[in-house]
Design a protein around this ligand. Sequence first.
Ligand SMILES: *[C@@H]1O[C@H](CO)[C@@H](O)[C@H](O)[C@H]1NC(C)=O
Ligand SMILES: *[C@@H]1O[C@H](CO)[C@@H](O)[C@H](O)[C@H]1NC(C)=O
Ligand SMILES: *[C@@H]1O[C@H](CO)[C@@H](O)[C@H](O)[C@H]1NC(C)=O
Ligand SMILES: *[C@@H]1O[C@H](CO)[C@@H](O)[C@H](O)[C@H]1NC(C)=O
Length: 534
Amino acid sequence: MLLPCALLAALLAAGHAANPCCSLPCQNRGVCMTTGFDRYECDCTRTGYYGENCTTPEFFTWLKLTLKPAPNTVHYILTHFKGVWNIINNISFLRDAIMRYVLMCKYTFTLPDSKYSFAQHFTHQFFKTDHKKGPGFTKAYGHGVDLNHIYGETLERQLKLRLHKDGKLKYQMIDGEMYPPTVKDTQAEMIYPPHVPEHLQFSVGQEVFGLVPGLMMYATIWLREHNRICDILKQEHPEWDDEQLFQTTRLILIGETIKIVIEDYVQHLSGYHFKLKFDPELLFNQRFQYQNRIAAEFNTLYHWHPLLPDTFQIHDQEYTFQQFLYNNSIMLEHGLSHMVKSFSKQSAGRVAGGKNVPAAVQKVAKASIDQSRQMRYQSLNEYRKRFMLKPFKSFEELTGEKEMAAELEELYGDIDAMELYPGLLVEKPRPGAIFGETMVEIGAPFSLKGLMGNTICSPEYWKPSTFGGKVGFEIINTASLQKLICNNVKGCPFTAFHVLNPEPTEATINVSTSNTAMEDINPTLLLKERSAEL
Ligand SMILES: *[C@@H]1O[C@H](CO)[C@@H](O)[C@H](O)[C@H]1NC(C)=O
Ligand SMILES: *[C@@H]1O[C@H](CO)[C@@H](O)[C@H](O)[C@H]1NC(C)=O
Ligand SMILES: *[C@@H]1O[C@H](CO)[C@@H](O)[C@H](O)[C@H]1NC(C)=O
Ligand SMILES: *[C@@H]1O[C@H](CO)[C@@H](O)[C@H](O)[C@H]1NC(C)=O
């Protein structure tokens, strides 16, 4: 395994010879090139900076930096002045203008990566090797929101999952309710340990979704939604065949997903009083590229495993992590309605703030760190600078406390050597939030722009006819998490994201459709971004 550059830099300081670029001397996205064994040159082209290490700003860069509000200022404004926002949210042209600002101003690039081309890395590291690595913990990441977790990554898998009638997906009825079919029915393989009985081996698009009942619950809800939309479309278009019904339904589900992720999920994570808006038309007059690209860093950003609690309470029964794993009978026993209710009540851990990685998922956390080392991600502070955040000056500033700070200091030596992923986990959460500043400031723009960059949001696609007419278009434009649940789960149990304790030290959330489900949608949903540099 490669040592992270940060550690190499530390070794270098201790007198060992190493690649001079490993100390990451070039600032502001300058590209480091070795010239001989112990010298380097920085290529500052188009960085807006010059000088040996690309540290001196050109005049216009200086002007821009001076005039641009710091992310924390913007964040402060967006998360305070609730009264003002309540009014602005009701004035549509103002809300549109601010939404456009949120989407356009936070333009993002990833840091230059000296080692791999992005595409190469992406296909090799993520799609292929990840699958074999863990006991079903790792997942495949689709290009953008394509709902592979519902429809399967390949056409072959999709065809196995489809009913080939009325556009629907295969299903089975148990106690009068719709559930996914079994692997025996579909022949679409899933990852289950051998002790799971055949009738409980449910088969869905994403082969690891048997892992925890939360994921299977989530898959079941979307399966029901798909088949429900098929019925609606068939009424509108009795003339359509299976294929047209299926494809149009899929496009509608993609639209619903993006709307829910932006207006329910990202809204919740951001803590903004400003009401985010999913409206592709806001970007039609802007320079904006519609293409799905995933930056590798996002894989790391969205490994939110610390959100998993150690035990799960469903209805009136408590399950340990071990009892919970690969146990689809939990979903059948309690029914979807109780499941959704319980997951809404279950408070998850917070991501930032450290000390919250349950034993069962420590493996995954560790794999993420190993992977980012192999990928040679730059340090936490490099990323912060890139996203216009002040670099941390000390470990205490990072964690907001002394104990972990001291441990980290011993481990890393220098705050500039702190790695991205561990850094995100130990960063002090923002008041009332589950995430620290770095996660929100880096994650939010990526996810928003990634979502808005979906093909269905482009001017050619974003019109009623793409979605089977007015009825389909309306389904997307009125979608919400609560509506999704109400349309598909008996009794319409209440769901929402909630921050429980607005104390900075005690912040937790009541996770709705399930923290695990949401945690795992994210890689698939939020991970893509056009990235001009790559
Ligand atoms: C550039 O960075 C190197 C290594 O970090 C440092 O030794 C050198 O003084 C820097 N040069 C300037 C002009 O700041
Ligand atoms: C904003 O609009 C909602 C309904 O759309 C209304 O209930 C609320 O009172 C309005 N708020 C203000 C401040 O006008
Ligand atoms: C799965 O859950 C059921 C309750 O629904 C429980 O009785 C059973 O012991 C669990 N299975 C395992 C392997 O823990
Ligand atoms: C959140 O969960 C806690 C305990 O798990 C519960 O007391 C509280 O009522 C829940 N809040 C909401 C809004 O569901």
